[in-house]
Design a protein around this ligand. Structure first.
Ligand SMILES: *[C@@H]1O[C@H](CO)[C@@H](O)[C@H](O)[C@H]1NC(C)=O
Ligand SMILES: *[C@@H]1O[C@H](CO)[C@@H](O)[C@H](O)[C@H]1NC(C)=O
Ligand SMILES: *[C@@H]1O[C@H](CO)[C@@H](O)[C@H](O)[C@H]1NC(C)=O
Ligand SMILES: *[C@@H]1O[C@H](CO)[C@@H](O)[C@H](O)[C@H]1NC(C)=O
Ligand SMILES: *[C@@H]1O[C@H](CO)[C@@H](O)[C@H](O)[C@H]1NC(C)=O
Ligand SMILES: *[C@@H]1O[C@H](CO)[C@@H](O)[C@H](O)[C@H]1NC(C)=O
Ligand SMILES: CC(=O)N[C@H]1CO[C@H](CO)[C@@H](O)[C@@H]1O
Length: 789
């Protein structure tokens, strides 16, 4: 576990993105504030999707391909089958970089609760980049990014592409068609970086520091992956993960046809209501056979940390990735710099709160099955429970546990990939990306009937939120036609935009609460233009979804791609079954994608399906019509489609910057206010309080705000054993006086049982902003020494 003792680098120059005050008139400010107040209860959140393949559950046993690909050919499993152990050779690269934005004073992204504002850091956030290229035609390649963020985003993606274009000719192979920007759907990161108005409302607008941390870190992860591109092999395998997700909208899921559901309903534990399959793609370098990374897909919401948590973290996916990477420190199977991406999948109707949804109203009852209400007829008292819901830690123990429950089976699969994995074969690495306007798109269903999508709109159940985060207003779920809703909402919904008769009819049976797709002032509230993208390497297809597909939506989408890929013989050989995964929410954030049957029920996921009942069908149609671009012989790309707006430089913002910092009189920055005790038992919680300064002065990217150091008795040096990327080390910041500019920092170590005996201390790195010049100066603080026994 020991980390190198290299101290963090000197403070970075002051961030150039200072406060962005748009200087709007008082009147628009008043309207803005009024809107914010009314809309602040939205649970945008609780949003997302997970993926997996339903076909060929026994990966690995079915390969019948014999071919002249390079790689060793060996007798395979079925007697008459052959297995290519290594598969084809590709160009592979992985990279990881820090994207932790401002950890305090910024509204957090996901639960859309204005009261949820960052107060510190539990775990740094990362971008993990995976590049796969064609060995013979290296320009054929793609980048798959896994960001510890709530979703991908249009402005963020534009920023990454602009950054790549500025990196020179070496990077000109990357562009719209081959860069996928996915988010893990964590609800525990800072917000204020999204392109459209709606998610900016609760965050008081846009924050360039928050945005830039994500874009710059994503770029750094790509350049790291790019610069270690090397020949290697890929293999794919799958395993079941139990106890890490349940369906939080089972009533809606049951609206899907019984015979369709039956096809996925194998046991009580695996009844098809959510996908329990985790798919793992392993990256192995040819040089010495060491693995350089894994990319996994499994659906469960990033809502283990509750809506009252204010510490930044990557939620359960962040835990899983960190555990995986740290478990391979010094492992002989893994190369140095091994990267584990835990990507989100058909997440829409999943919850990590696996003990179900209960009424916290003294009745001891579960929330109503149909509409998640409690005894007062409202949904606010309905709370989903994680495995350790009784611990009053804002979900932290449950979060760690749900992360661990994904990490452990993934690690076991990793260790047995020689038996359980299937090599990726086939020379093609292809991708396509289009923008498509969904506001009035007519297309044929498979039976030939034409249907049309509509400008984006959100239904009443959107405001009710979900059991992972109830809405702040008295709306209920499952509320199709006669909304029993607060008059305030009706007023606001009309104030924002009164939907036309045609718009109402188009969204039927969704009762429209917010006609967001038809409001363009001050700029678009939600996307009407969506991203459609698929990546392909050999027989593996990655559907990159901009919204949170529900379990059944994801299956229909993947099944359609698998069938079309087979019928187009895209897998180079008809004998190799396509493997299809779905990753997202990616590239933008288009809320949910429910099936038409789930849509008819209008729970949260249906109410948040933006473009009407045929939203899913439209995505599938657009995916299939572009699939031929992934054929090995294809050397053209589809037309890019209408470019969505980029609001990075014209978004509203009422977020103010740091004014200044001061130590209290007779003290200096970094002084200890409350010191550690002299001795603790391993497992104890240890903390110290320092005279602090605002961490927004310096994000300390690729560095740390806090560390636990251990005295190495042989060398006499202090060695860092935990930093702020570790789950067990918590960095908290508190303003103690606005007027005086004073603040304090508490650093807490939840020391682990089994931590070695010895002498330890707590180290704090801070940066203060001076009153007059605004200059930023770094400082350090050290606690007293303590022993752990
Ligand atoms: C699975 O099958 C059982 C037995 O037929 C049935 O009772 C149950 O409702 C099904 N579950 C789902 C989620 O379809
Ligand atoms: C946080 O929210 C959970 C779920 O609503 C609740 O049980 C818990 O008491 C809250 N914790 C605090 C510190 O308010
Ligand atoms: C919610 O469902 C319960 C029964 O499951 C029903 O009594 C109640 O009327 C429903 N509430 C609304 C607002 O639809
Ligand atoms: C939608 O598109 C159709 C053609 O597909 C067109 O006739 C109709 O006027 C369009 N509606 C709107 C509101 O733009
Ligand atoms: C095609 O399917 C849609 C949706 O299920 C249905 O509304 C329509 O009537 C069907 N059309 C035909 C020609 O069967
Ligand atoms: C936004 O402003 C920055 C800094 O001035 C600039 O580099 C960037 O290109 C601008 N982006 C757009 C889309 O205008
Ligand atoms: C197999 C499975 O995860 N089933 C769950 C589906 O969702 C319901 C209600 O949310 C749970 O009670 C089941 O355990």
């Amino acid at each position: 576990m020991d980390k190198p003792s290299s101290p963090p680098k000197a403070a970075a120059p002051e961030d150039v993105w200072l406060r962005q005050d748009t200087g709007r008139s008082n009147k628009s400010r008043v309207v803005w504030i009024a809107l914010m107040k009314v809309l602040s209860g939205f649970v945008l959140g609780v949003l997302f999707y997970g993926a997996l393949r339903h076909f060929n559950p026994s990966f690995g046993g079915k390969l019948r391909y014999i071919g002249s690909v390079d790689g060793e050919v060996a007798a395979g499993d079925g007697g008459n089958a052959f297995k290519i152990r290594k598969g084809s050779k590709y160009l592979l690269g992985v990279g990881k970089a820090d994207i932790t934005g401002p950890v305090v004073e910024i509204n957090m992204m996901g639960y859309a609760d204005t009261k949820q504002v960052g107060s510190g850091l539990r775990q740094r956030l990362f971008s993990r980049a995976f590049i796969i290229g064609d060995h013979e035609r290296p320009d054929d390649r793609f980048v798959y990014l896994v960001l510890d963020t709530q979703s991908g985003d249009t402005a963020v993606r534009y920023g990454i592409l602009e950054g790549l274009a500025n990196l020179g000719s070496d990077y000109s192979v990357y562009g719209q068609h081959n860069v996928a920007v996915t988010g893990t759907h964590s609800h525990s990161g800072p917000g204020a970086w999204l392109n459209y108005l709606l998610p900016q409302i609760t965050s008081k607008g846009f924050d360039k520091q928050s945005y830039k941390a994500i874009v710059d870190g994503a770029l750094l992860s790509i350049t790291r992956a790019h610069s270690n591109l090397q020949p290697g092999y890929l293999s794919v395998g799958s395993t079941k993960v139990f106890g890490a997700n349940i369906n939080r909208s089972l009533y809606a899921y049951l609206a899907n046809p019984e015979d369709e559901r039956a096809g996925y309903n194998t046991t009580n534990e695996d009844d098809g209501s959510v996908e329990k399959t985790l798919t793992l793609l392993k990256f192995q370098r040819a040089l010495d056979g060491k693995n350089i990374g894994v990319l996994t897909w499994f659906p469960t919401h990033g809502t283990s940390m509750l809506g009252n948590n204010t510490l930044i973290s990557g939620d359960n996916k962040g835990v899983a990735a960190d555990l995986f990477e740290k478990s391979l420190n010094g492992d002989e199977t893994a190369a140095k710099g091994f990267v584990a991406g835990f990507s989100q999948a058909s997440v829409g109707d999943t919850s990590p709160n696996v003990l179900g949804a209960w009424c916290e109203d003294g009745t001891g009852r579960q929330c109503s099955f149909k509409n998640s209400t409690c005894s007062n007829g409202k949904s606010q008292n309905c709370h989903a429970r994680g495995p350790y819901f009784r611990r009053n830690d804002n979900g932290a123990s449950s979060c760690f546990e749900i992360g661990k429950r994904q990490f452990e089976p993934a690690k076991a699969l990793y260790q047995d990939m020689d038996n359980l994995g299937t090599p990726i074969t086939g020379s093609s690495v292809k991708s396509f990306h289009i923008f498509h306007d969904m506001s009035n798109f007519s297309f044929p269903l498979s039976n030939g009937s034409y249907v049309t999508t509509c400008p984006a709109a959100l239904g009443y159940s959107f405001a009710a939120g979900t059991s992972d985060g109830p809405g702040a207003f008295d709306f209920t779920q499952n509320d199709p036609n006669t909304p029993n809703a607060s008059p305030v909402w009706r007023v606001v919904s009309g104030f924002v935009h009164e939907p036309s008769k045609a718009q109402r009819a188009c969204h039927y049976p969704k009762p429209i609460l917010l006609d967001v797709g038809e409001v363009t002032s001050p700029y678009l509230w939600t996307p009407n233009v969506v991203d459609v993208q698929v990546l392909r390497v050999g027989q593996l297809f990655v559907v990159v979804s901009p919204g949170e597909a529900t379990t059944m939506s994801g299956r229909r989408w993947k099944k359609a791609v698998a069938e079309e890929a087979s019928s187009l013989a895209l897998s180079d050989s008809a004998a190799v079954d396509p493997v299809v995964v779905l990753g997202g929410p990616a590239n933008s954030y288009t809320h949910y994608i429910a099936t038409p049957e789930e849509y008819s029920v209008q729970r949260y996921e249906g109410a948040s399906t933006l473009y009407g009942a045929y939203t899913l069908n439209a995505y599938i149609y657009l995916t299939l019509t572009n699939l031929p671009y992934l054929s090995p012989s294809s050397n053209t790309r589809p037309k890019p489609g209408p470019f969505p707006p980029n609001n990075v430089n014209n978004s509203l913002s009422f977020i103010t910057g740091v004014v200044f910092d001061n130590p209290p009189i007779f003290k200096k920055f970094g002084d200890v206010k409350t010191d550690v005790q002299h001795s603790y038992r391993a497992g104890a919680t240890i903390s110290a309080v320092f005279v602090g300064a605002n961490p927004r002065n310096n994000l300390r990217l690729e560095q740390t705000y806090a560390a636990i150091e251990k005295l190495d008795s042989s060398s006499g040096r202090w060695v860092i054993i935990r930093d702020d990327s570790d789950w067990s080390l918590i960095f908290k910041w508190k303003r103690t006086s606005e007027v005086l500019g004073t603040s304090e920092v508490e650093i807490v170590w939840e020391s682990e049982e089994g931590t070695g005996n010895g002498q330890y201390r707590i180290h704090y790195w801070g940066d203060s902003k001076s009153v007059g010049s605004g200059a930023i100066s770094s400082f350090e603080g050290l606690s007293g020494t303590f022993v752990l026994t």
